[in-house]
Design a protein around this ligand. Structure first.
Ligand SMILES: Cc1ncc(COP(=O)(O)O)c(C=O)c1O
Length: 372
């Protein structure tokens, strides 16, 4: 989206020097940040198949959006579009806003997040704790237009993740999530992944993964786990569908009502449609299994992995799978991890994929099997 940047042509040396320092600061942050870990979830009953989680919750701002926020700020700075007092505005269901608030604070910039009113309170508190301000809007479909309007009217800068994610992230460069996954998997028995599974909000993560695999000539296939209510899987099946009406998914961050510009269906090998309740149940199962709380989009990813593992077992295939642990469940204590909230939404443990109990049994099941 074109931005109205009045000051771009009349920058003075002070602004340019500040931009140079800001870019150096972001590059130093990237260089000093430890790579996020790859965690194996040992599978039972699935010989020759291994499942790994790329733990993006380990980023300093707590989610996979840390990489995107850094890229969006660098994109803006390298285009000369942010000066020392520019108000940064972003539309987000929370995770990008938390990460953007983190980077705005690093650079000393004011930050405003436009978030859907249904956003988990925990995320709003985190944005505010990082010095950001939140503007809640009732209709989640309007957050982007509202962010663009505010940025225009305040001569601020709209980070615009939905448009810019795919171009702000360099799929060839080191430091992107795809390059990190392939580098880490090269050292794992069984080697590079047969499948990589992720969700899509902007579509930027999927686009980076798909492009990088193709660029490097890797055989890995990309599956996108998409909530039932989302338009992405409908668009994947029929490119003439670009919008869906009705209630949106309860899984924050993924599944959209309109196809976003950063979503690139051509690099995706398959979509796995996931019911919200199944995603929540998988998030609960994984949290119990790991002894730490995981967010609902991670549950959606895990559900899709279970579907693929079950198919591979049925066909006698072997190979490694990687999916993303997107963020911590601590951000969703009042939603996904609140039993009353789940009950009110009609989600029950019965929504869980049966393959979860088979391939990733919890302790009592393990004990029962061992006793049998
Ligand atoms: C919380 C959250 N937000 C957003 C996304 C979507 O990422 P992207 O915007 O790169 O498509 C995910 C992906 O799983 C997620 O977990």
């Amino acid at each position: 989206m074109a931005q109205d940047i009045g000051y771009a042509a009349e920058q003075d040396d002070t602004v340019r020097e500040w931009q140079t320092r800001a870019i150096a600061r972001l590059r130093a942050e990237q260089a000093s940040a430890p790579e996020t870990p790859l965690i194996e979830l040992p599978l039972t009953d699935a010989p020759g198949i291994r499942l790994f989680l790329k733990d993006e919750s380990a980023h300093a701002s707590g989610s996979l959006k840390h990489r995107l926020a850094r890229s969006l700020f660098l994109h803006a700075l390298c285009n000369g579009r942010i000066s020392p007092d520019t108000l940064i505005v972003e539309a987000s269901s929370g995770s990008t806003a938390v990460s953007a608030a983190w980077f705005a604070r690093l650079l000393g910039l004011p930050f405003l997040a436009v978030v859907p009113a249904c956003t988990a309170r925990e995320k709003i508190l985190q944005i505010e704790a990082l010095g950001g301000t939140c503007r809640e809007v009732a209709d989640p479909r309007t957050i982007q237009s509202e962010a663009a309007r505010i940025a225009r009217e305040c001569t601020g800068y709209h980070l615009d993740q939905f448009t810019l994610a795919e171009r702000a992230t360099d799929y060839r460069a080191s430091g992107n999530i795809a390059q990190a996954i392939f580098a880490q998997m090269a050292d794992v028995p069984g080697g590079l992944p047969r499948w990589i599974v992720c969700g899509a909000g902007t579509g930027g993560t999927a686009t980076t993964l798909g492009r990088h695999a193709r660029y490097m000539g890797h055989a890995a296939r990309l599956a996108v786990a998409d909530p039932e209510a989302s338009v992405f899987h409908r668009h994947y099946a029929d490119r003439s569908v670009s919008r869906v009406e009705g209630a949106l998914s309860c899984v924050e961050g993924i599944g959209r009502a309109a196809v976003e510009l950063s979503f690139t269906p051509e690099v995706i090998d398959r979509m796995v449609v996931v019911h919200d309740g199944a995603g929540m149940a998988a998030a609960h199962h994984l949290s119990a299994l790991m002894g730490r709380s995981c967010g609902p989009s991670t549950g959606v990813n895990l559900h899709a992995c279970m579907e693929i593992v079950a198919e591979m077992v049925a066909r006698g295939e072997t190979g490694n799978l990687v999916t993303i642990l997107c963020d911590s469940g601590e951000r969703y204590r009042s939603t996904c991890h609140d039993p009353q909230w789940c009950e009110a939404k009609g989600f029950t443990p019965d929504d869980a994929h049966p393959a979860l109990a088979r391939f990733l049994p919890l302790m009592p099941d393990l004990a029962r099997r061992a006793a049998a």
